[in-house]
Design a binder for this molecule. Structure first.
Ligand code: ADP
Ligand code: MG
Length: 700
């Protein structure tokens, strides 16, 4: 009995050798894999050009005609086969650099062919190299019509003569022999409700579209299916976890929390902060473990939310900790938090790589006696010697900077896993968050504290440096401070980018002692040196801080009003946005100045343009996703997308994703265990997908 799980090698036109290449290159091993290998674009092949109309500016085109003769020209590396090809309006040359014997054997003179390829200009003549060729009478009878699928083909495949056309033939053979084996994957009620076309029809139309309309419906159905199962899986896991994860209840609200909130805080919480604290509190009293992602643009006041949450834990007799990705940031959290808590009756300690051994020992002991209520630190927190008496809440700042395993080690510090809050200021596009973090609850601080002036962003080319320095001097004269950020130090000697050292020289010529003091921080410095350099700036002794991106996350110096980003074109959008967030924290008008070389790539130009136009982190994240695709988005880079998308595109299919999520939620609401008979098809598909994709949703 044949099945869709049969090896692809049994399909006519494949065989064992090609099957092996398909598996190693494209991960296609079964017939089903092949059916789900979709074209990346479709080309109109109803249109034919006349040879007299061809020019090198045209994209892929097709012509009809006959081969007059073959010629082998050149020798050695430049040896090639050419064919004179003509129609009633003129002639061109077809060229091959490989497979010469095979070509001459396969194609004949005086037979009508359809040629498909890209016209090029060579020695002021038009030619087409390595065209796709098909006998005209076969072409006319083939399934392919106005929308011809193009499959992406790796170089390795090309060298084995596996082309887009080969794929079309394979797909055709599959549909001829296996069509009846394709089984529906979505329950009838959903198909009816969303007016989806059947899977059979969708797969067929995706590979052999009969009209643009039909293709559109097919792609919608297939994208929906893909996103729907990802959502269903994530949401189901979230449910399971919620059900089994008993956790501490922080019911009492007394002393510290109230005292800070109502007596000591010099300002009022924003509405967004209040809302988010409410969401967190609901989790704390639910009896279930909190697994929450807190997203908030830079400067939106996440630290305070974190602190108030920790106080809720402390007020209930539990310990809390917060882990930050860098020592600078951990120090800063520590300083901020002890300032806020100076009149409270709690013990707050810091633990980083540079904490002394003797101090550590004493700290370890106190943690186990509950003599330390709040611990702030870096990776040092996850070391085995760090043990708590009763850790109730773990907070991770800039969580994308930590690996999954590192984070997991923190939760395991208690027999009962503590509540977990992860925070990020790298806004993740909603579509991505819904897929990557679908198993977390998400809170968003979408409001900045009042009174902030909008940061002005300006893009300057390097030749405007004099003007830049003049402007900086004016700002410094008015008492402000300036950040200057360079791309990574000595990252690549070859690239013509100013690195920090040259940059420092440039600045120090114009900003000389004793009038000006420049502090420098970079990744290669020892942490004690870094601390000192930072301190000189934070305390206002230095007016300029030159650094690599070590200051990227979290540093808070309200008096700094200018952020200069050198070689800004080298930074990604989310990094630029993070850096910009370092200013605009005080009452003064702040500026972000993006310096770039005169020659910019299109994409570089676009990125800087986006930065100039918007300061909304979520908007920027969406644009970033459009520009770069999900694989590259910061925040997913490290963990990678936990699944492979075969047809859906998170950059453009947000609406379909929303529908998929809505439907998945609704189904689980009515049938959380998926026990209804109408939902058995879902259980079957989930099991199948989970078998193929072990780490589907193992994010947090
Ligand atoms: P984030 O970590 O979200 O980037 P921070 O927590 O560092 O932001 O907050 C930025 C600044 O705003 C800090 O100086 C903080 O004290 C201040 N802040 C926080 N909440 C408020 C508020 N409700 N009103 C005024 N200032 C606030
Ligand atoms: Mg922060």
């Amino acid at each position: 009995m044949s099945s869709l799980n049969d090896s692809i090698q049994f399909i006519q036109g494949v065989g064992p050798k090609r099957a092996e290449i398909l598996t190693s290159e494209l991960n296609i091993s079964t017939i089903e894999d092949m059916l789900y290998y979709f074209p990346f674009k479709y080309i109109d092949r109803t249109k034919f050009y006349k040879i007299s109309e061809l020019n090198a500016d045209l994209p892929y085109i097709q012509i009809r005609g006959k081969i007059l003769e073959f010629n082998v020209v050149g020798n050695g590396k430049s040896k090639r086969l050419t064919a004179r090809f003509y129609d009633e309006t003129g002639g061109i040359e077809l060229v091959w650099f490989k497979g010469l014997t095979w070509i001459t054997k396969s194609y004949k003179t005086n037979v009508e062919y359809v040629i498909f390829g890209k016209p090029n200009l060579f020695n002021s003549n038009i030619n087409i190299s390595h065209p796709e060729i098909e006998e005209a009478n076969i072409f006319d009878k083939s399934l392919v019509t106005s929308l011809q699928p193009q499959y992406s083909i790796s170089e390795k495949l090309k060298s084995q003569f596996i082309t887009s056309k080969t794929f079309r033939i394979i797909q055709e053979n599959i549909f001829k022999n296996y069509f009846s084996l394709i089984k529906e994957t979505i329950p009838d009620y959903l198909i009816e409700k969303l007016k989806l076309i059947s899977l059979k029809e969708a797969l067929f139309q995706a590979h052999f579209p009969q009209s643009p309309e039909k293709l559109k419906n097919a792609r919608f159905r297939l994208k929906f299916e893909e996103l729907f199962y990802i959502q269903l899986n994530l949401l189901k896991q979230k449910l399971i976890r919620k059900e089994k994860s008993k956790c501490f209840i922080f019911k009492k609200e007394k002393d510290n929390f109230t005292k800070l909130l109502f007596k000591q805080l010099p300002f009022k919480l924003t509405n967004a902060q209040i809302r988010v604290l409410g969401e967190i509190r609901t989790d704390f009293v639910s009896g279930k473990q909190m697994n929450r992602l807190l997203q908030g643009d830079v400067g939106s006041g996440k630290t305070l939310v974190a602190l108030l949450s920790m106080l809720m834990a402390v007020d209930n007799g539990y310990q809390a900790c917060i882990m930050a990705p860098t020592e600078i940031l951990a120090n800063q959290h520590y300083n901020t938090i002890i300032k806020f808590c100076k009149d409270l009756n709690i013990t707050i300690r810091i633990l980083t790589g540079s904490t002394k051994k003797s101090e550590r020992k004493e700290l370890h002991a106190k943690l186990q006696n509950n003599e330390v209520n709040i611990l702030i630190g870096t990776h040092a927190l996850i070391e085995d010697e760090v043990k708590f008496l009763n850790l109730g809440l773990v907070i991770i700042d800039e969580q994308h900077r930590f690996g999954v395993a590192q984070r997991a080690r923190l939760w395991q510090k208690n027999v009962i896993e503590p509540h977990i809050l992860v925070m990020t200021a790298t806004p993740i596009p909603r579509t991505l968050a819904m897929t990557v973090y679908g198993d977390l609850d998400i809170s968003v601080i979408d409001e900045l504290p009042p009174g902030r002036k909008q940061i002005k962003t300006i893009h300057l080319f390097d030749n405007k440096r004099l003007a830049l320095f003049g402007f900086l001097k004016k700002e410094i004269a008015a008492g402000r401070q300036v950040y200057v950020v360079f791309p990574l130090i000595k990252e690549s000697e070859k690239l013509d980018y100013k690195d920090l050292e040259d940059g420092y020289e440039g600045y120090s010529r114009d900003f000389q002692m004793p009038e000006y003091l420049i502090s420098v921080v970079h990744g290669k410095m020892k942490s004690a040196e870094k601390k000192i350099a930072m301190k000189i700036f934070i305390t206002g002794k230095a007016q300029i801080l030159i650094s690599t991106t070590v200051i990227e996350v979290g540093v808070d110096v309200p008096n700094a009003s200018v952020m200069v980003i050198e070689s800004a074109e080298r930074f990604g959008l989310s990094q630029l946005h993070q850096l910009r967030g370092r200013v605009g924290r005080g009452a003064e008008q702040s500026y972000c100045i993006l310096m770039s070389g005169n020659k910019l790539s299109n994409e570089g130009q676009k990125r800087l343009q986006i930065m100039v136009e918007t300061i909304n982190g979520f908007e920027i994240a969406d644009k970033d996703l459009e520009l770069r695709g999900p694989g590259d988005i910061e925040g997913t880079q490290q963990s990678g997308l936990p699944f492979e998308l075969k047809i859906a595109d998170l950059g453009t299919d947000g609406r379909i994703l929303q529908i998929a999520k809505y439907e998945a939620e609704k189904i689980l609401k009515n049938d959380s265990q998926l026990q209804l008979s109408q939902n058995q098809i879902l259980v079957y598909q989930l099991n199948k997908k989970n078998k193929n994709n072990v780490n589907w949703s193992k994010i947090s």
